[in-house]
Design a protein around this ligand. Structure first.
Ligand code: KIV
Length: 266
């Protein structure tokens, strides 16, 4: 299979085939995600929380995002690599946004960038697309706006809030975004947005009717325990398996079982 492109995203939507995405932050997991055949791998700013151990995504820097995107790009051959634009890398000016988006492509090997926000980031999205860089938009619960939203809360619950999200989605599509993440919103609203757009919607906590789904890798694998949102499904318990492996290793070293002659040079 050739690398997933924005045309691949469009075709899958048109053919009613679901898109599958997950985050990754390093070479080892980048390779596994690629081998699993997912359409996209997002180097999400969620790495601030699940890799760096920070309380939210706001402190992570462009240089840190570029570093992790490079590690993932080195591994991934088939999935689309999407670099997540961190807080304050695009909000201040359109020029900042284009320069920083270009860094993901030129310095880190990404094929697209993701930007959080609604109508307020339309000029940035349009300018980045004009610079030939595909943009994935992101509306609903946008974690870079937690202080305005008052925490990690489901968005679009009232008719008026839902209408605003519908309008944002349309404006982002018109600005040239090739797909849009819908995070933490009622499934009915995500269904309406999905039906009204020609670009693919990628849901996370937005129900079954989106064109695709994305989850944070550490949540899928059961590696992150600090908090588990309602929309997460754990497909493995790697925390448990890792803990057991390390306890067994410790035990065998302490008892003189490892290394045996099999793991030793004669
Ligand atoms: O940073 C991230 O991982 C994200 C996804 C959860 C959509 O934005």
């Amino acid at each position: 299979m050739a690398r997933a492109t924005i045309q691949h995203f469009r075709d899958k939507k048109q053919n009613g085939q679901k898109l599958t995405l997950v985050t990754a932050y390093d070479y080892t997991f980048g390779r596994i995600v690629d081998e699993a055949g997912l359409d996209g791998v997002l180097v999400g700013d969620s790495l601030a929380m699940v890799v760096q151990g920070l309380d939210n995504t706001l402190p992570i820097t462009m240089d840190e995002m570029l570093y992790h995107t490079r590690l993932v790009s080195r591994a991934v051959e088939k999935s689309m690599v999407i670099g997540d634009m961190p807080f304050m890398s695009y909000q201040v000016s359109v020029e900042d946004a284009v320069r920083n988006a270009a860094r993901f492509v030129k310095e880190a090997g990404a094929q697209a960038v993701k930007i959080e926000g609604g109508s307020e980031v339309v000029p940035q999205v349009a300018a980045i697309v004009r610079a030939e860089i595909p943009v994935m938009a992101h509306i609903g619960l946008t974690p870079q706006a937690i202080y305005r939203m008052g925490g990690y809360k489901v968005q679009g619950k009232t008719e008026q809030a839902g209408k605003l999200l519908m309008e944002d989605a349309k404006r982002l599509e018109d600005a040239g975004a090739f797909s849009i993440v819908l995070e933490a919103m009622p499934g009915g609203l995500a269904k309406q947005i999905t039906a009204s757009l020609s670009i693919a919607t990628i849901g996370i906590g937005a129900g079954i009717d989106c064109d695709g789904q994305i989850l944070v890798l550490h949540d899928v694998l059961g590696l992150f325990e600090r908090f588990i949102p309602k929309f997460v499904k754990r497909y493995a318990n790697l925390k448990g398996e890792t803990l057991n492996a390390l306890k067994q290793y410790k035990d065998e070293v302490e008892k003189g079982i490892f290394p045996s002659s099999k793991e030793s040079f004669q």
